[in-house]
Ligand binder design. Structure first.
Ligand code: PGA
Length: 253
């Protein structure tokens, strides 16, 4: 049985005071609930170290939104996976469509990041997804297949087992348009089958595949009820503690 996970990606939002209030509200919401899925919070990197203290002895894990693939050195402005590991960050989001689009991250660079992440014992949350055009011209299965092959499937089986995948159709991110439960299930089953072909069925059954793209308190339950949807990567709705916890509750088994 795969246990579900819900990760809130704050992106580049919340100044210090607002970030602190949000994390306090999240801890408050979390306190009164039991049987929760795994929960992750990906605040802007500047808050990670401070949040380690806040999240100590809780069931909420820290997630980084990015890191660089080199061990260390003269790479102004970057942070390394070993730094993330040294402050207790559990996961790192990699290959997010905003990084691909605005920072020109390629499949090859993302592959290096995934590898380095695993080497430094930070678990990668690998994002893949097709654009609106690719959905409309029916090339979306091929697009996802290529992203998986280029950035993940060269990993050894042992390394690959550390990966969580997030299917995030680009046309659904921050747009209020969500993939229907059928569209999500169809793609998640496709991804699982590709994993089976690249590795084997045991590996395919173990890997968690999250859905991301305008998940909210209203649509989460239907999406998370799909067989192959193992939780969510949530942007906008994770900026409000009450909405975020409605989504988390929808992932309870
Ligand atoms: P959204 O973002 O929930 O605001 O659509 C999802 C994501 O980018 O991970």
């Amino acid at each position: 049985m795969r246990n579900k996970v819900v990760i809130g990606n704050w992106k580049m939002n919340k100044d210090n005071e607002d970030a602190l209030s949000l994390i306090i509200e999240i801890l408050y919401q979390n306190k009164s609930l039991i049987d929760l899925p795994e929960i992750g919070i990906a605040p802007p990197a500047i808050y990670l170290s401070h949040f380690t203290e806040k999240l100590k002895n809780t069931n909420i894990y820290l997630v980084s939104q990015n890191a660089y693939f080199k061990d260390n050195g003269a790479f102004t402005g970057e942070i390394s996976f070993s730094m993330l590991n040294s402050i207790g960050v559990k996961y790192c989001i990699l290959g997010h469509s905003e990084r691909r689009q605005f920072f020109n991250e390629t499949d090859a660079e993302i592959a290096l990041k995934v590898k380095q992440s695993i080497k430094c014992k930070v678990l990668p949350v690998f994002c893949c997804g097709e654009s609106k055009d690719q959905r409309q011209n029916d090339s979306y299965f091929n697009v996802i297949k290529t992203q998986l092959e280029n950035s993940l499937f060269k990993l050894s089986k042992e390394d690959f087992l550390n990966v969580t995948i997030a299917y995030e159709p680009v046309w659904a991110i921050g747009t209020g348009l969500t993939a229907s439960a059928n569209q999500a299930q169809e793609m998640h089953a496709f991804i699982r089958n590709e994993i089976k072909k690249a590795y084997n069925s045991e590996v395919a059954e173990e890997i968690r595949i999250l859905y991301g793209g305008s998940v909210n308190a209203k649509n989460a339950e239907e999406l998370f009820a799909c067989n192959d949807v193992d939780g969510g990567l949530v942007g906008g709705s994770s900026l409000n503690a009450i909405d975020f916890f409605e989504i988390i509750k929808a992932a309870r088994s």
